[in-house]
Write a protein that binds this ligand. Structure first.
Ligand SMILES: Nc1ncnc2c1ncn2[C@@H]1O[C@H](COP(=O)(O)OP(=O)(O)OP(=O)(O)O)[C@@H](O)[C@H]1O
Ligand SMILES: [Mg+2]
Length: 465
């Protein structure tokens, strides 16, 4: 924001005369003022604009000022709020402070006192954000590198991570998709004494049942038709290190039985081998399914569930820790602009507001993709709201046959990949999780030409049709 532009204050009171009076005084003092007579109006304003401070009457028509303050904080957590109380209601004043108000003033209040409190609140807020920026910089150096955790919920997760890192216990990470299960699994490994040994990850949902067993435990040459040579398997590769079994809920029952035995005895038999292999491996598992429900449905072994459910870590969805959105967004902007070699300095206040109001069904990964997309298409050094989550404002599309919609999506996706990688097919295939040859076929099928993306920026971008 421009440091020279006036600070914006939102005043909420159901007494229109008092509103007028406050507006007058604040405008005289050089502030930009918006007013609201009730909760609905106040929230509408707070969604539309980013205020530096809000003054809220404790007694409002539909609810109380404290609830309104909390609702406004869910949109803009950093905005200081001053609560106006009727003379003598000290209890509610204390309650207001406890729930996040910066301060309170008794009515009738001295105008000078109001101005003084406003100045103090805004200055304080600037200090707080500067300190948290510096703290963030320090943390990044000494703490968990690259893990953003401003919310209380995530800080508790990190505390738990540091407490279990030094132990041998199996860790059970649960959370919706994109909440950071893998990044936390890695953090545990790198905070442990095993950090210089291997961290081996496998996605149990991505590998067919017939291959999963030999992938995990290895095989002897000739153990099955395609076993041309002996393979050690991932458990052996993770010896003295950590193995991360991702999407463990998708592990077939037959393999669950073998895994259970490994966890109990810390040894296993490669396919086709009569010789037991002993390993010292730290096991971390992750799931986005409700495994207890899977146990009840008979799809997951109960004994295995208890074996792995030793230290549970539950990652909260992003919508329940919105304070993490601003630092995450800044973190991703930094990373992505470095990667894209673009000099993007930040994000506009309105764009940030839009991020705060979104529900994030895809969690941190969706936020990362949103920022990445915006960073790719922005023509300025600041990401503005018009390119953040733009789909929301578009009129709903008419419904089309699934096949047609899917084909369109695929083409648009390929175009985005190539825009981002500037026509580098290997990189694009990598990002899409496809083999190169496979990916070439996809491009051909959808008539997308990598050459068209090699000089992006120098000429018009091809548009998905
Ligand atoms: N707290 C965080 N700080 C910084 N980056 C994060 C954080 N949480 C997640 N990310 C990033 O978001 C993306 C998704 O995280 P990750 O892959 O760990 O999630 P996941 O829960 O394993 O997702 P899925 O269920 O889809 O496998 C990654 O790029 C990761 O680096
Ligand atoms: Mg994952």
């Amino acid at each position: 924001m421009n440091p020279l532009s006036p600070e914006k204050i939102l005043v909420v009171d159901d007494d229109s005369n008092l509103l007028k009076l406050i507006r007058l005084r604040l405008e005289l003092a050089g502030y930009e003022v918006a007013t609201a007579l009730d909760e609905g109006e106040a929230i509408a304003q707070a969604r539309k604009e980013v205020f530096d401070l809000s003054i809220v009457d404790l007694k409002l028509v539909q609810s109380d000022g404290i609830s309104l303050m909390e609702e406004m904080h869910s949109i803009n957590p950093a905005m200081p709020v001053i609560i106006l109380t009727a003379h003598g209601s000290i209890e509610s004043a204390v309650e207001a402070m406890r729930r996040g108000a910066f301060n309170y003033l008794n009515k009738p209040f001295d105008p000078q006192e109001l101005l003084f409190q406003i100045k103090r609140a805004i200055e304080n807020q600037k200090l707080v954000s500067e300190v948290s920026r510096l703290e963030g910089a320090l943390k990044e150096r000494y703490d968990f590198k690259n893990i953003i955790a401003r919310s209380e919920k995530m800080r508790r997760v990190l505390e738990r991570v540091s407490r279990v890192a030094g132990t041998y216990s199996t860790v059970y990470i649960s959370g919706e998709s994109g909440t950071g299960k893998e990044i936390i699994a890695k953090a545990i490994h790198y905070a442990s004494e095993r950090r210089n040994k291997a961290f081996v990850a496998i996605n149990c949902a991505a590998i067919p049942e017939t291959l999963l067993e030999s992938e995990l435990f290895g095989h002897e040459k000739g153990a099955f038709t395609n076993a041309i040579r002996t393979y050690r398997g991932l458990f052996a590769q993770a010896h003295e290190g950590t193995i991360f079994l991702d999407e463990i809920g998708d592990m077939p029952l037959s393999i669950q039985a073998k895994l259970l035995r490994v966890l109990q005895e810390r040894k296993f038999y490669p396919l086709g081998s009569g010789r037991a292999v002993e390993v010292d491996v730290r096991v971390i598992v992750a799931t986005n399914k409700d495994l207890e429900a899977e146990v009840r449905r008979g799809l997951f072994r109960e004994d295995l569930f208890y074996r792995i459910h030793v230290v549970p870590i539950d990652l909260p969805p992003l919508r329940k820790r919105k304070e993490d959105i601003p630092p995450l967004a800044e973190h991703f902007i930094g990373e992505i602009s470095k990667r894209m070699k673009k000099n993007i300095r930040g994000i506009s206040a309105m764009a940030m507001q839009k991020l705060m109001l979104h529900d994030w069904p895809g969690n941190v990964r969706e936020l990362e993709n949103t920022i990445e997309h915006a960073a790719a298409i922005t023509r300025h050094d600041i990401i503005n709201e018009d390119i953040i989550l733009p789909r929301k404002d578009l009129p709903a599309e008419p419904l089309r046959p699934l096949k047609e919609a899917v084909e369109d999506f695929k083409r648009g996706y390929l175009v985005r990949l190539l825009e981002f990688t500037k026509g580098n097919v290997s990189k694009a295939a990598d990002l899409a999780g496809r083999y190169r040859a496979d990916f070439y076929n996809l491009l051909k099928k959808h008539d997308v030409k990598p050459e068209d993306f090699k000089n992006l920026g120098k000429k018009e971008k091809p548009q998905p049709t």
